[in-house]
Design a protein around this ligand. Structure first.
Ligand SMILES: [Zn+2]
Length: 497
């Protein structure tokens, strides 16, 4: 597997390094950007329909769609995602595209629409464009603008979900509408899905769609969130195509002790024992491990880094300097650290009813993220050994922890994404990527769909750090560039030659 990946990587790099200037240098976007004017080094990509919609016109409309989607508060819980689905249905209706909405529980569910190919319907060839409707909650007092205002300021569109995941939703919609307007003949069906409840595990969204309405979304390929195009100093550093993701499991850490009056302290205080246990868990570092995707990722990323980082990145996993390299790389970037090992992160504490009462129980939550393929038991045994406290037990959330198969690095869709990336971001390495976060791709991969995570928008680490945080925003230019990139991918993959 590793050798094949390296061959794929080298071939990718070879294809790309010969190309023209990078994105940053030609910030000025062509006024009327007509599809089909792809650079010459990727002949297959020429297929994009030249008479098709003016993509920049659609980018203008998509910006308004994104603003309007942000203004619909779909914080989960409670979700209320079907209000946003209704808005999408209206936009699609205007384009003459029929959509269906399925309700899992009141106000929640998913919307689906399809562009049919001229060929015999074959679900195994169909492409699914997926994005979730819900967003995580906000603390309004911490925002400089209204998180649901859809405000554009200084070249940024602010709002909860601007990146995660309404940006992707609006980009999928733009590409879907562009295909429709182009009138291009499709060589496979293209399915648009907008689902609820991704932020809380998907029971009301993707699980419901897969379990109850698979016929509506049956597909062999999918594009979803959780990839990345990293921007630094205005230049794209790499394009990451997410092909697998870490596995999330929540574990309750529960300490018990004698309850009583706070004026009579005891050694078996549940709160103190929990705090000590959580501190040990929080300080624990699992051993470094690579899988074929992270190996290829770090190998491909190294040439884009500064001298020191490159040196240590290339030394990762080597017998002589591997440990020091892992230390260096882990300290240099928390995401790199999380890509190199299983992690156990304390996230919640819950204890006590009153200041003057010692409670009999104190609870904490540890969010575990395992490298796909790793088993939970050995990690849990290690944490129990570390805590080493008979007053503390670990309750694992039921049915968590199964890894889905990774998506292939040699599929037609993977190769199409690589080529389109080369056209949109000439000279930029395109790397397979394992995301630390979880996504609805898991459900699809469990059904052998070749699902790929893309967030096609060029974003800095700082932009990305605002996901699930205060003042989430997307650069308007990057939103447009992302639609460009995504349209290149989808039209290359679905338009009949
Ligand atoms: Zn998301």
């Amino acid at each position: 597997m590793a050798r094949t990946i390296r061959r794929v990587l080298i071939r990718t790099l070879l294809t790309l390094t010969s190309a023209a200037p990078v994105y940053a240098q030609n910030h000025a976007r062509p006024s009327a950007h007509v599809l089909g004017q792809a650079p010459s080094q990727a002949p297959a990509a020429q297929a994009a329909p030249s008479s098709s919609a003016d993509i920049s016109q659609i980018e203008n409309e998509a910006l308004v769609w994104l603003q309007n989607l942000i203004r619909i508060n779909t914080s989960n819980p409670p979700g209320n995602e079907l209000v946003a689905a209704k808005y999408l249905a209206g936009v699609l209706e205007q384009e003459g595209i029929h959509s269906e909405t399925f309700e899992s529980t009141p106000g929640r569910g998913f919307l689906v629409a399809r562009l049919s190919s001229s060929a015999m319907p074959d679900p195994s060839r169909a492409l699914l464009l997926m994005a979730h409707l819900d967003v995580v909650g906000v603390d309004k007092s911490k925002w400089s603008v209204d998180p649901f205002g859809g405000v554009i300021q200084a070249g940024y569109l602010y709002g909860r979900g601007a990146i995660d995941d309404k940006g992707m939703l609006a980009a999928n919609l733009a590409v879907f509408v562009a295909l429709k307007r182009s009138g291009a003949r499709l060589n496979r069906d293209v399915i648009f899905i907008a689902e609820a409840d991704e932020e809380d595990g998907g029971a009301q969204g993707i699980k419901f769609a897969v379990d109850k309405h698979w016929d509506k979304i049956a597909s062999g390929f999918a594009i979803n969130e959780n990839g990345r195009v990293i921007l630094k100093n205005g230049k794209p550093v790499y394009v990451g195509i997410q092909t697998t993701e870490k596995v999330a499991i929540n574990v309750d850490v529960v300490a018990t002790g004698t309850s009583g009056h706070a004026s009579v302290p005891r050694k078996d205080n549940a709160v103190a024992h929990l705090a000590a246990a959580m501190a040990k868990i929080g300080a624990y570092e699992a051993p470094v491990q690579f899988n074929s995707v992270t190996r290829a990722y770090f190998d491909g990323l190294a040439p884009t880094q500064d001298e020191d980082t490159r040196k240590w990145m290339l030394a990762l996993g080597t017998p002589d300097r591997g440990d020091h390299a892992a230390r260096w790389i882990s300290d240099a970037n928390p995401t790199w650290n999380a890509l190199l090992r299983d992690t156990a992160t304390p996230t919640m504490l819950q204890a006590g009813i009153r200041q003057n009462v010692v409670p009999s129980e104190a609870r904490g939550v540890v969010n575990i993220r395992m490298l796909p393929g790793n088993q939970l038991d050995p990690l849990l045994a290690k944490l129990k050994q570390l805590v080493n406290d008979p007053q503390v037990r670990f309750d694992v959330e039921p049915d968590g922890g199964e890894a889905a198969p990774s998506s292939s690095l040699t599929s037609d869709l993977y190769n199409t994404i690589v080529h389109a990336a080369g056209r949109t971001f000439p000279g930029t390495p395109v790397l397979p990527y394992m995301s630390t976060g979880f996504s609805d791709s898991w459900e699809l991969r469990m059904r052998n769909v070749q699902a790929y995570g893309l967030d096609p928008f060029p974003l800095t680490d700082e932009d990305l750090s605002r996901i699930h945080a205060d003042n989430e925003r997307i650069p308007v230019d990057s939103f447009r560039k992302g639609i460009d990139f995504l349209y290149g991918v989808v039209s290359d993959f679905t338009v009949a030659k």
